[in-house]
Design a protein. Sequence first.
Lengths: 294, 425, 271
Amino acid sequence: MLNKNKKILPFLYLLPTAILLLVFMIVPILYTFYLSFFDWNLIAPTKEFVGLKNYVEVFTDPINQKVILNTLIYILFLIVLNFVIPYFISLIVKFFIKKMQGAYKVLFFIPSLFSLVVGAMLFTWILNPVSGPIAYLMKSLGMTMPNWSNSGILAITVICFITNWKVFGYNFILLLTGLGSIPANIIDAAKIDGIPKWKLIWNVILPMNRGIAIYVLILTIVQGLQYVFTPINVITTGGPYYGSSNIIYQTYLNAFVLYKTGTSSALAIVTFIVFLVLLFIEIRFVEGKAKNYA
Amino acid sequence: MKNNILKKFLLIMGVMSLAVLFAGCGKKTSSSSVKHITYWHVNAQTQGGATVDDLVKKFNDTHKNIKVTAKYNPDMYKGLMQNLQSAQASGKVPDVTQVGWAYDNYFSSNFKYMMPTDAAKKFDGNTKFIDDNFSKRTLSFAKDSKGNLVGLPYSLSTPVLFINKDILSKYNIDESSLTTWEGVKAASKTIHDQSGKYGLYIQEPGDTWAQQAVMLSNGADIQKNGKAAFASSNGIAAYKYYQEMVNSKLALHTPWAQGMDSFIKGDVAMAFTTIAQASHIKKSAVFNASAIVAPHFESHKTVVPVGGSMLAITAQDSEQQKAAWEFEKWMYKAESAVTWSKGTGYLPPTKVALESASFKDYVKENPMLEPAVKTLDNAIPWTSFPKKGLQAEQSMIDARDKILSGSNVQSTLKAAQDKINVEQK
Amino acid sequence: MLKKINLWHVLLIMLVLGAVVPILFMISNSFKTLRDSYTTMLNLIPIHPTVNNYLLLNKQINLLGLTWNTFFMATIVTIGKLLTGLLTAYAFRSYQFKGKIIIYLLFVATIFVPFTIVMIPNYLVISKLGLLNNILGVALPQLCDATGIMIFLKTMEKIPNTLIDAAKIDDIPNRKIFFNIVIPILKPSIVSVGAIFFINSWNEYVWPTLILKDKASFTLPLALQNYISSEGGTNFPLAMALSTIMVILPLIIYLIFQKYILNSISNSGLK
């Protein structure tokens, strides 16, 4: 009796999560997968089976190609803005300054408290290329601000900066905590040996902090691509001519603006597969410990 | 220690179950004598949301057997359509729905609705109410490609040219020269050369309503016999004009909100946009703002697609439909329609309301409305393609964005037209 | 050396300004009149300071009700996520069972599911459950989040086996191990993760717009949509006033639990 109880118990603990997972995650993913083979407008009583047409469209349609390219640009920008820079700053705060560490932590985190809708509104106002405060300041200095909303790449930059405003502090704290868990004696030993700081960081600190760094890096990509959704939706709606759209926004556009659920589902599945590759990397480097349970 | 934590845990569970209880109690039980109907609209607080609430409250106060609940749908007609199809999927549709013109074919071919003429015949015994209140032209706005009357026109809008009189007088530009697009260009050039400011902004939302007005006013058609026809020489010439204005920095090319901000701050002299912006401009601009009739190209006349929405009856059972019809008729009373118009900045849809003394007084106080009312006589239905209409609109938006970022006008418009026509078959 | 350090401070302070100045503009605009927001754009201190925007908001929308809805939703989501996260992590920490790795990876994989992929089906599920317009309908799908599981598990791994084994040998029931040993050790993680869950859920936007249609059930971010309308013109000062109101509670929570949040996550636990 006791033994049996013991066997059931872990599953009992897992039950609530498992049910939620099944109902709101696994079944929906399968359903979306199913939808990706049909042409359907979300409400018509019949769905037309089209085979792989939707997937072919994802890769051959020039708009989708553009969107995929944009997605890569987004990933690059997000990595630089939301991972490399916060990492650099956290190294500086940890190893190169002594005072005010606490104050920086507190202040950097504040924008994380805001909704991205607020961020998007605030920054469109501040960055209005003709009539915003920055444009006026630049004008008084004799410069003109480029009309960023007309250029895909500039619009992407601005949108990435808005998410950067929100997530910088959070990523910074995560990375800084990772650095904090590196044993002090290693650092002290290096100091005594007179090894230059940057060398120490490069050869010792960064490899030691690899787990959390890869975790933040992957989170930056996976969440970043979803975070930019709100500013895209509020500011550019993907324009100019899909110049600032990414695969997530395009999925939404197809589903809820154009009612092409087939194309939308195919895009979603492709995104998911790409994310699964990232998941694999995550498992390799971050969840290595999972093996311990075998 | 143990007790303490257990207590906390119980407390948490308690809160959770209370939450569930709360949610359960949220559902109201309806009594049989009062008909509850829901009305879905798109009016945000900045756009007459409060007026809608007032009107509904007034209706509820005066009709003891019907209770209307108004629901605001964010993100305009697009957002409302999204919600409606979701509602359809779950089987709980509203009873009265506000539908944007661009969606009339999509709506009529995908949703169940009751034609207003059927409602009138069934509940009034005749269509007198419709005939008395709406002109033929107004009713034509609400017909789908099969010629069915889908709903009753509720809000009407036309594009007008808002002008910054201070800038115009500073550079000695005569308002009367702005009746043609050629005149607008000349004025923009003067302003740009002397001040570096932009002359013109044409609204760029998620539709091509304003751009269609520019093409129509050069004698172009958007569609002919159910097929896209805007890549005609007149259509191309109109877009070339627009592209050139943008390229030479005479016209500003930017999303809608930013463009309007620039106009209100006085960085753009003229804004071609919907009359619904009038009250916002009046409230926020510090310069002398005014509005004139939509310009046309030389040797053509002003033609604009009408903007706004209709009310459709989406109620399913007869009793609900009757209540919905009752509510609609009340909303179209001159008094309600004028109140609505004042709150939203749209023009009232009925002949009676347009000619009522209270609306005329209102126009006198708000002269910016006058050109919009005048333009109604030159308004045609907003093009809504019979098949895949939303994707067709998207193709036109795509073409606009491409052209404004420098693509060849002729080939871009032609490609968009072909893409739409492939679907029309 | 000293000079170099100062230069780093210059960089850091510039970054802080970049983070904080937009917020100051938000607050400043919320006290400006609509006209002044256009004419005196660069003034951080309003020329004609006014609380009218706040009064107007209070008149136009039910601020108290909206705040309560948002609070209610965020609380359910936070408690739910914490409970499922703790239970799951505990099961992984202290039991061996078949398919453990697979199940664990399945949970972790949920972090990699883009919201767009489950949006349509989830909508249908919620509507079938009759939870449209219901805060629970917004909350339920949000509970599917493995972040909590991962963080709690990482912290639990730091609990020495000996501690739990000793308890098991003494035949202390699981429930007691969980509540008397694990939970107290995890307290800092629970607080910081909980605070972050709460703040994120408080600001949640996309999903609630799909579920909540009735003004009475709106959350604050949805109410904000009321003031961004391109067709009627955006009332920037009003929107900023609402944004300011929206951030008050997250800010209070942050200030109270700041120590936990900032020293959070991987550093908490037994270290």
